[in-house]
Ligand binder design. Structure first.
Ligand code: KG4
Ligand code: ZN
Length: 356
């Protein structure tokens, strides 16, 4: 990857030059393609979700995911270009998720992007999926009013199916990783607890729905504060829910699923909220950004937007879970920063945001 000259990004502010980037995302169970202009305007965003396919297994089946990406990738890219009323020749670059993600899924998107880059002579840009989640906060849905962009330095919480990360974002494309989960990611905990309660897959929305008529104080589930460090741990909480369920089943009681879901959700939300505020306080940031699939959670959104001390940026619901607009969005910023990748670029399944 070419080095990113940060000063160039500042002189090439995205209000001035125009860049239209095609983004491709196949890191997990969504096949997605999108065209974004200048890092904020979504010209098109097409997503083919595999959720129904994986729901029958109760989780993601990697081989099934790759096969499905192969079937969906051409029609999805085609749809993104048609919806944007653009041809490849109208674009400035092709951005694709390099990682982190499932190796067999990532290569489908990467090979598609390489093929398009060769055929159209457009630059290829490999993008970190988590960085994509962060940049979903700069995107504007079609027809929606311009909103105030997040201000630097800002404190970012990424909460997805595979990651829980606290990041200090000092400027565009400049990150310090402050902490992350030591075991399960927040989304993974939602998915596992949903399975335990037989609520189906994906677990996050299922727990949220069940929790709606539950009492969040019904069960005192543990919160792992880890000596006030900026790391997270959700495996103890998951085990506590498991033990409670086992005990209730032994007593032959009907499972109070709504109370269990609400109490579990409250424990996750409280830890995510307190630690993010603690980090914002420690690093003196005024803005907070939350992104990733779990940022679609109502209780989490409500908790953050109910406080007045920090300006909170959360992507619209459609951009919280995996999509390609966020990859194209970062692609615009990295295009202006001078990033160009060559055809040797391969998948980076464990790529940490700390290595950017
Ligand atoms: O960011 P994402 O779409 O994919 C990854 O990069 O992992 O996140 C998916 C995760 C899943 O674990 C899913 O259960 C969770 O986000 N999720 C939610 C909600 N919607 C999706 N978790 C809690 N509440 C939700 N409403
Ligand atoms: Zn994601």
């Amino acid at each position: 990857m070419t080095e990113v000259p940060i000063d160039e990004i500042k002189s090439n502010t995205l209000e001035n030059p125009a860049a239209r980037i095609l983004g491709i995302e196949t890191s997990c169970d969504e096949t997605a393609a999108a065209v974004v202009e200048n890092g904020c305007d979504i010209l098109s965003s097409a997503v083919a979700s595999q959720v129904d396919l994986h729901a029958q297994f109760g989780g993601i089946f990697p081989e099934v995911a790759s096969r499905q990406h192969i079937l969906a990738i051409y029609p999805i890219v085609d749809q993104a270009l048609r919806d944007a009323h653009l041809k490849l020749a109208d674009l400035d670059g092709i951005a694709v998720t390099r990682g982190p993600g499932l190796p067999g899924s990532l290569v489908v998107g990467i090979n598609m992007a390489k093929g398009l880059a060769i055929g159209s002579d457009l630059p290829l840009l490999g993008i970190n999926h988590l960085e994509g989640h962060l940049y979903s906060a700069w995107l504007r849905e079609e027809g929606k009013k311009k909103k105030k962009a997040p201000q630097f330095p800002l404190l970012a919480l990424i909460v997805s199916g595979g990651h829980t990360e606290l990041i200090l974002m000092k400027d565009h494309l400049v990150y310090d990783r402050l902490g992350g989960t030591l075991d399960d990611a927040a989304g993974e905990a939602f998915d596992k607890v949903a399975r335990l309660l037989d609520l189906g897959y994906p677990g996050g929305p299922a727990i949220q729905n069940e929790a709606e008529c539950g009492n969040p104080k019904a069960f005192e589930f543990p919160r792992a504060w880890l000596d006030d460090s900026l790391n997270f741990s959700f495996s103890g909480l998951k085990t506590a829910v498991l033990r409670t369920v086992q005990q209730l089943k032994k007593q032959k009681s009907t499972l109070p699923k709504a109370d269990l879901a609400a109490s579990f959700q409250a424990a996750v939300v409280e830890v995510l909220f307190q630690k993010t505020l603690q980090a914002a306080e420690e690093f003196g940031t005024k803005d907070i950004l939350i992104a990733g699939g779990v940022s679609a959670n109502n209780a989490l959104r409500h908790k953050f937007t109910s406080q007045r001390k920090y300006k909170v940026h959360i992507p619209p619901l459609s951009l919280c879970t995996d999509n390609a607009a966020m990859i194209a969005g970062v692609g615009c910023y990295r295009f202006f920063a001078g990033q160009r990748d060559d055809l040797e670029m391969d998948a980076a399944p464990t790529w940490s945001i700390a290595d950017l």
